[in-house]
Design a protein around this ligand. Sequence first.
Ligand SMILES: Cc1cc2nc3c(=O)[nH]c(=O)nc-3n(C[C@H](O)[C@H](O)[C@H](O)COP(=O)(O)O)c2cc1C
Length: 350
Amino acid sequence: MTDTTNERKLKHLRTIESDPGSDRRRYYFDEIRLKHRALPELDIKDVDPSVEFMGRRLSFPLLISSMTGGDHELVRRINFNLAKAAEATGVAMGVGSQRVMFTNPVARDSFELRRLAPTTLLFANLGAVQLNCGFTIEHCRKAVETVGADALILHLNPLQEAVQPDGDCNFAGLAAKIAEVARQLGKPVIVKEVGAGISAEDVRLLTDGGVRFVDVAGSGGTSWSRIEHHSLMEAERRNLGLTFQDWGIPTPDALRALAPCRDRITLIASGGVRSGIDMAKAMILGASLCGMASPFLKPATESAEAVIGVIETLRRELTTAMFLLGVSCMDKLIGREELLLGRWGDGEMG
Ligand SMILES: Cc1cc2nc3c(=O)[nH]c(=O)nc-3n(C[C@H](O)[C@H](O)[C@H](O)COP(=O)(O)O)c2cc1C
């Protein structure tokens, strides 16, 4: 394993900053209409957006999705600001891939967030494909222990790997290795994509292996295909990353397709979730938690207060949407497809 992971993560951050198109802004959630209630028969003060997830009460169902970590002042600042904001607002947070700390131990402290977020629901993170590249259950345990995490996220990124000239593209037999980790870890394992979605066939493989949490991380938001394209040197580019930049299952479609699996799996929605209205729609489609990544990046480089500002706006938006739907609590929102209107309400895909 070469020690280029740290440099690559920094390059990604610079690419995202310089290329606004890396957030595809497809707004797939806009295609969904909800049933407005002119008579909500509620006082907005009585709307409670809090939710229980993994046995913990969150102030509302928000996950600051996995982004970064490494040996650099910028990524430390991002992670520390995110952790402080998550703790102050009572939402969940995931760290970015921890692979870097195994090749560059100095990076470890960027993931040590428990001291900043003593009561926050925290998720560790590794690329699942690393289980085919020498990583074992011991690496998974170390990742969890470093964060002080409540669960481990294993991310699936076959598209991101495939558009790199030297990506780790051996995904053969991975479901069995993920199952082994889920059996042995002693903490919940969450499997997520990174922006191309997870299908019902994938979920079947995962649930057969004992995984109980899936983040669909569908298309519509951050495109790793595009980011990898722009992170490559000119001579390495084959335009594959641009050709595939919008590949994947849009997040609302992924959620809808997984409705029959909901008795076996707890769903997280991420990928292009951009407002509290999107969050309400994702919850109606069966998600128990909503993740957002790139909208937090810029505020996290500034301050914890800037991140808190974004979180408070989302909470206000979600609460307002619940009020206008005549819904007082999360139990009356999650999976309640009778709140959908039009084609989505008829059970048709977008
Ligand atoms: C800067 C950045 C870095 C990311 N790094 C990781 C990572 O290390 N591990 C992971 O599982 N997902 C990673 N993601 C993917 C996000 O967690 C999320 O699944 C995806 O970006 C879709 O959410 P969004 O559209 O709100 O950005 C990253 C996203 C961003 C924006």
